[in-house]
Design a protein around this ligand. Structure first.
Ligand code: ADP
Length: 412
């Protein structure tokens, strides 16, 4: 048998009250394991004192003055030590050896006339058994951890699957509503119930046109989402004046906010106009989405405020703040996840959507090396903040972006 442990500096503890036996045993070990360090305990009490640092293996006689070998084995274990233990019994005491194996001893040796020559092999077997046992335990632990990770991944997939089903239902609903309006409008016009050129007919035509736009936007969202998912969204980044972007969004949303919900859309800004390196249409899209949400989730008569500034890290910071329904703490973490919508139960706040807008906006901002985050409190309103790195030389820490305010009268 190859002596695998020949070059291992083993720490061996011998528990043996017979001095001659202890001496011979230690000499046998030294010959078989030349690098080993051997200590001898004559009693159980002495052995416990020699457990720190823990030896690599314990070889114990069965009959000792204060405790028997089986009790020592149990005490060593109950003290939290996991050390290979070999028990030596007298000839005719094999029954005790079996008991010791059942109690967790790694091997045993009957002290007959040839026991010293058998000792190294018994020790090697015990050490092998211990090593295999540890490897087996490590493998079992690994399998347990992998199973847990797999179970977690499965749960995640099941949840995603469920969200996708809900998403398809929501999208179908989102499509059906404007489609029905378009169908109704066409029927009214086709049957001559109303006529284009007359007031009611023009109104019906406008409703149809608005719904066609709504459908187109919805399809855009879906296409953007699939492009982002596949990592295929191409950005055409150029130095852009952020103030112009904000102005464009405020211009296009202000009228509708006032007309449909009597919500004042205000842009608070001032100072220089540093440029950002961005794809203008995508940043317009992000800002539109945030303002659109702010209007959607703010009751009539409320206020939506846009602020813009440059912080000390040369980041343009744009915030969209509303006085709306807010978002509960428990929901803050998930609104940026795809398909996620927070169901609001408050009367008059039932708003439908795809739950994709924020997930798309966040990814677009991140593709610009910026961040999008939210601060919100239920019934107190929300504040969505995104950053974009300022372009090149234009970075001026603490400078405000613009003094420009939309239409003058609503600016504060
Ligand atoms: P959608 O608007 O299509 O539902 P979004 O991804 O834009 O999808 O928004 C996800 C959810 O985040 C919304 O359904 C809403 O519950 C919540 N949310 C977004 N913006 C606001 C806001 N300004 N105030 C309150 N809740 C908001």
């Amino acid at each position: 048998m190859i002596n695998l442990y020949k070059d291992t500096p083993l720490q061996i503890l011998i528990i043996e009250d017979n001095k001659d036996h202890a001496f011979l045993t230690s000499k046998t070990f030294q010959k078989a394991f030349p690098l080993s360090k051997i200590s001898i305990a004559e009693t159980a009490r002495e052995a416990y004192e020699k457990l720190s640092p823990p030896p690599d293996i314990i070889v114990s006689d069965y009959n000792l003055p204060d405790e028997d070998g089986l009790a020592i084995l149990q005490n060593v274990k109950s003290r939290g030590f996991d050390i290979p233990f070999v028990i030596m019994t007298g000839a005719g005491d094999e029954k005790l050896a079996v008991e010791a194996l059942q109690a967790g001893a790694y091997n045993y040796l009957v002290k007959d006339e040839a026991y010293l020559s058998a000792l190294p092999k018994v020790i090697r077997e015990a050490l092998d058994k211990y090593r295999f046992q540890k490897e087996k335990e490590a493998l079992e632990q690994e399998v347990r951890e992998k199973n847990t990770a797999l179970e977690r991944a499965n749960q995640e997939l099941r949840k995603l699957d469920q969200l996708k089903s809900e998403f398809i239902a929501a999208v179908s609903h989102e499509f059906r509503t404007p489609l029905n309006s378009i169908k109704e409008s066409i029927a009214l016009l086709a049957e001559g119930v109303v006529k284009i050129g007359e007031e009611q007919g023009n109104r019906v035509f406008e409703i149809a046109a608005n719904n066609v736009n709504r459908l187109a936007l919805l399809i855009d969202d879906l296409l953007d989402f699939s492009k982002l998912e596949a990592g295929r969204m191409r950005l055409e980044k150029q130095p852009q004046d952020l103030s112009e972007i904000i102005a464009e969004v405020v211009d296009s949303m202000k009228g509708i906010a006032e007309k449909t919900k009597q919500i004042r859309l205000v842009w608070v800004g001032g100072g220089d106009h540093p440029q950002v390196f961005a794809d203008k249409s995508r940043i317009v899209q992000v800002l539109m989405n945030l303002v659109d949400n702010a209007i959607k989730f703010t009751p009539p008569g409320g206020r939506v405020t846009i602020t813009s500034e440059v912080n000390g890290d040369a980041q343009a910071v744009v915030a969209v703040e509303d006085t709306g329904i807010g978002i509960g703490k428990e929901d803050l973490g998930r609104i940026f996840k795809k398909f996620e919508q927070v169901r609001t139960r408050q009367p008059g706040t039932e708003v439908r959507g795809t739950g994709l807008g924020l997930a798309i906006s966040k990814q677009i901002v991140e593709l610009h090396e910026g961040h999008l985050r939210v601060e919100s409190e239920l019934n107190r309103g929300s504040r969505f903040i995104f950053t974009l790195p300022v372009y090149g030389e234009a970075a001026k820490p603490q400078a405000k972006l613009s003094t420009h305010t939309q239409g003058g009268k609503n600016a504060t």
